[in-house]
Design a protein around this ligand. Structure first.
Ligand code: AHM
Ligand code: MG
Length: 307
C-alpha cells in the first residue's frame, strides 16, 4: 500500500507538499491532544469569541495556533484564513514571493467532543492572490474563486486518524498506522449510482426547510433510504464519500471559504456533485472570510433533485 510521502512526490508539487506536511504534522499533535481530552480539560471554553460569536473551546484555539505557527514556518504561505481568527492573517511581509493562501477550520465539530465524537481539520489551498496584484501600495486582497483551489483535504480525528486529500486529480484517503500515513484500500474514492441510499440532514431543523427539501426527504423515506447524521461535517462527509448518499446542511451555517469549497473540491474529484442553492459551490466566489452558505453534496443520483 502506498505511503503518503510517495504519493506526495508523485504529485510533483514540492511546495504544496511542504504545506501538506505541516497539516499532517499538526494533525498528529491535535489527535494526541484529543485522545486525552477528557483529562487535559481542553474542551472547556476559552475566554474568546470567534467571528460567529461562538465561544471556541481551548482545543479549537490550540489547533488554530499550532496550524498558524507551523504554516508560517514554511515561508510559503502569504495569507491564512481560519475560523478562529476574525481577520485574515498576513504572514510576515504581505508583499513577498510567498506562493499560497491557505484557509482552514482548525477543529470542526468540536461541540461533539464531550462525548468523544469525531472532529476534523478542513483545509483549502489557493495560489496566492497577493502575487497577481499591481502596485505594492495598491494591493488589495481579493478572495479567491472556488475554482482557483489547487489542493484541499481534511484530517479526520476519530477511531483512526485519517487524511483525505485531492490535488484535483482524484480524491485519496490515507490512514495513520502509528508511523506513516498509508493509502486506504478504497482509495481513490469514486461515487457510483449504486452507492448506499443514505440521506444526512438535521431533521430537527425541519421548520427552516424549503418545500423542495421537505418533499425530497419524503421521497427518500418512501424509497427506504437510511438517515445518518452525526452533526460533525467531516464525519458526515467522510461517511458520504465512502458509503455514498447525500449530505445536506440547508441553513446558512457552514462556511464557504474554509469548509464548503475545500469539501466540494474533494467531492467533485470523486465524481460527486456539490451545490449551494442552484449553483455549484466551486463556481462561487466568497465575499468575506466567514461567509456562510447552504450546501447539498454527494452522489449525482441523490443531489440531482436539489440542483
Ligand atoms: P461549529 O462550527 O460550531 O463546530 O459547527 C459546525 C458543525 C458542522 O461540523 C456540522 O456539519 C454542523 O455544525 C451541524 O450543524 P447543526 O447543529 O445545524 O446540525
Ligand atoms: Mg466549523
Amino acid at each position: 500500500m502506498k505511503r503518503l510521502d510517495v504519493f506526495l512526490k508523485e504529485q510533483k508539487k514540492p511546495e504544496l507538499s511542504i504545506i501538506i506536511g505541516e497539516f499532517v504534522k499538526s494533525g498528529k499533535e491535535i489527535y494526541k491532544q484529543l485522545q486525552n481530552i477528557g483529562i487535559n480539560g481542553y474542551y472547556s471554553e476559552s475566554d474568546e469569541k470567534n467571528a460567529s460569536g461562538d465561544s471556541p473551546k481551548k482545543i479549537d484555539i490550540y489547533a488554530h495556533d499550532l496550524l498558524v505557527e507551523n504554516l508560517k514556518s514554511t515561508s510559503l504561505v502569504s495569507i491564512i484564513g481560519s475560523e478562529e481568527s476574525k481577520e485574515l492573517i498576513k504572514c510576515g511581509d504581505f508583499i513577498s514571493n510567498k506562493v499560497y493562501d491557505v484557509y482552514f477550520d482548525p477543529l470542526d465539530g468540536s461541540s461533539n467532543l464531550e462525548c468523544s465524537g469525531g472532529t476534523g481539520t478542513i483545509f483549502g489551498i489557493f495560489p496566492s492572490s497577493s502575487l497577481s496584484c499591481g502596485d505594492e501600495e495598491e494591493r488589495e486582497y481579493k478572495f479567491p474563486k472556488g475554482r482557483d483551489i489547487v489542493c484541499s483535504g481534511y484530517l479526520y480525528y476519530s477511531s483512526s486518524l485519517i487524511l483525505t486529500i485531492t490535488f484535483g486529480n482524484g480524491t485519496f484517503v490515507f490512514t495513520f498506522d502509528g508511523e506513516h500515513f498509508v493509502e486506504n484500500i478504497k482509495s481513490p474514492l469514486v461515487f457510483t449510482d449504486k452507492c448506499q441510499r443514505i440521506y444526512s440532514v438535521n431533521e430537527g431543523s425541519k421548520d427552516k426547510w424549503n418545500d423542495i427539501l421537505r418533499e425530497q426527504i419524503e421521497v427518500f423515506k418512501k424509497e427506504n433510504y437510511t438517515l445518518r447524521y452525526i452533526g460533525s461535517m467531516v464525519a458526515d462527509v467522510h461517511r458520504t464519500l465512502l458509503y455514498g448518499g447525500v449530505f445536506i446542511h440547508p441553513t446558512k451555517k457552514l462556511r464557504l471559504l474554509y469548509e464548503c469549497i475545500p469539501i466540494s473540491f474533494l467531492v467533485e474529484n470523486c465524481e460527486g456533485v456539490s451545490y449551494s442553492d442552484a449553483t455549484k459551490v466551486l463556481d462561487l466566489t466568497p465575499e468575506s472570510l466567514h461567509q456562510k452558505v447552504p450546501i447539498v453534496l454527494g452522489c449525482k443520483r441523490d443531489v440531482y433533485y436539489f440542483s
